[in-house]
Design a protein around this ligand. Structure first.
Ligand code: ATP
Length: 235
């Protein structure tokens, strides 16, 4: 569904990702794990067209997208929940969700999807008229994910959804990622430093170190890999 072929991008004269190749099939949950600064966020932002792809190819459903603008990429069905959420703090929960549906015209579909995200996260339904900035970190993460779902993505790119959240909230967020994947057949590309949680919900994973993919395999294989256990799972 989404394929990166020898993709490079970076900042100024520095390459932050070097010759990255990976594939995500429809319906999968794929995780990209790696330490701080490995290049995970840069990979997501390059897919979304926020950071220009300097070389290589990014293909989505057979179409090359590496030269497209971010709004064209969203229209195709690729939507990112950025690291740090970036919700609109002065807009209400409902208004944040409306912003997610900005490019859509199907009023009935939008209403249905709003009911769906409220069913996933009942706390957001309760707080629909409160400003986004008054929500807790976990609720803001829920809102950022819901806002992305309002664009009805085919692929949801999640950047560190667990960052800064309490263990119980993390558990809830990861369960809902799995639920979104199963119920709405949304393909998920999950970037995480929390390798243990991510590999427990993923089908397959890629490991990134200093801008390069160094290992790939099924989530089961990666969880059983001694080097991964030592470097990322604290075992
Ligand atoms: P983290 O978990 O900390 O977000 P990451 O794996 O997502 O890490 P990136 O944020 O993609 O890593 O960073 C990859 C490299 O690019 C790092 O060396 C980082 O310092 C550098 N980098 C990231 N953003 C910028 C920027 N705006 N300008 C210059 N260099 C940057």
């Amino acid at each position: 569904m989404l394929k990166l072929d020898k993709v490079q991008s970076g900042y100024g004269n520095k390459l932050a990702i070097k010759n990255i190749s990976l594939e995500i099939n429809e319906g999968e949950i794929i995780t990209l794990i790696g330490a701080n600064g490995a290049g995970k966020s840069t990979t997501l932002m390059t897919i979304c067209g926020v950071i220009p792809c300097r070389s290589g190819k990014i293909t989505f459903q057979g179409k090359e997208i590496q030269t497209m603008d971010p709004d064209q990429i969203v229209k195709l069905g690729i939507c990112q929940v950025p690291e740090g959420r970036h919700i609109f703090p002065q807009l209400t929960v409902k208004e944040n969700l409306d912003m997610g549906a900005f490019l859509r015209k199907d009023k009935d579909g939008i209403k249905k999807d709003m009911e769906y995200v409220y069913s996933l996260f009942p706390i957001l339904a309760e707080r629909r008229n409160q400003d986004g900035g008054n929500l807790s970190g976990g609720e803001q993460q829920m809102l950022a994910m819901s806002r992305a779902l309002m664009a009805r993505p085919k692929v949801l790119l999640l950047d560190e959804p667990s960052m800064g959240l309490a263990p119980l909230v993390i558990k809830q967020i990861f369960e809902i990622i799995r639920q979104i994947n199963k119920e709405s057949n949304t393909t998920i590309f999950l970037v995480e430093q929390n390798a243990n949680q991510a590999l427990h919900i993923a089908d397959r994973g890629y490991v990134m170190e200093t801008g390069e993919i160094t290992l790939t395999g099924s989530a089961k294989e990666l969880l059983a890999n001694k080097e991964i256990q030592k470097a990322y799972l604290g075992i």
